[in-house]
Write a protein that binds this ligand. Structure first.
Ligand SMILES: Cc1ncc(C[n+]2csc(CCOP(=O)(O)OP(=O)(O)O)c2C)c(N)n1
Ligand SMILES: [Mg+2]
Length: 120
């Protein structure tokens, strides 16, 4: 899920820890509410209240995971994703992989299926 989306429901991680349910949360972390950022930029030509880095310092999802009693790991290189995922599987408890991605890559989007715009 996105970093913003994880913020909407991160308390569920505490529930998973309490009940020892070894889910793995993979965060695609661009430091933005990017769907909203894109919509603002392309539909309204402004950008407002969508930056989750808070003046350069983002939420530390690894520490957050650890504070709940879960396993946490940050990944910054694509080649490290597989081994991080293997460690998350092996740890036997709820885990969060905080995968850092490019901040302003645009995704396909549109107001209807036949009006989806691709950003290459
Ligand atoms: C509870 C809730 N609040 C607001 C929204 C509106 N919303 C849809 S996508 C989005 C941004 C999500 O950001 P992120 O999860 O970081 O994904 P990104 O687009 O950056 O990949 C928001 C706020 C929502 N879907 N659900
Ligand atoms: Mg995001």
């Amino acid at each position: 899920m996105g970093d913003g989306g994880f913020g909407f429901m991160m308390e569920e991680l505490a529930m998973a820890c309490q009940h020892k349910i070894p889910i793995i949360v993979v965060i695609v972390n661009n430091g933005y509410l990017s769907l909203i950022r894109q919509n603002q930029r392309y539909a309204y030509e402004y950008e407002y209240a969508v930056n989750l880095h808070y003046d350069g310092g983002g939420i530390d999802f690894v520490k957050l995971a650890e504070s709940f009693g879960a396993y946490g790991e940050r990944v910054t290189k694509p080649n490290d994703i597989r081994s991080a995922f293997e460690r998350a599987v092996k740890c036997g408890k709820p885990a969060v992989l905080d995968i850092i991605v490019e901040r302003e890559t645009d995704c396909s989007m549109g107001g209807s299926l036949d009006a989806v715009r691709e950003f290459v």
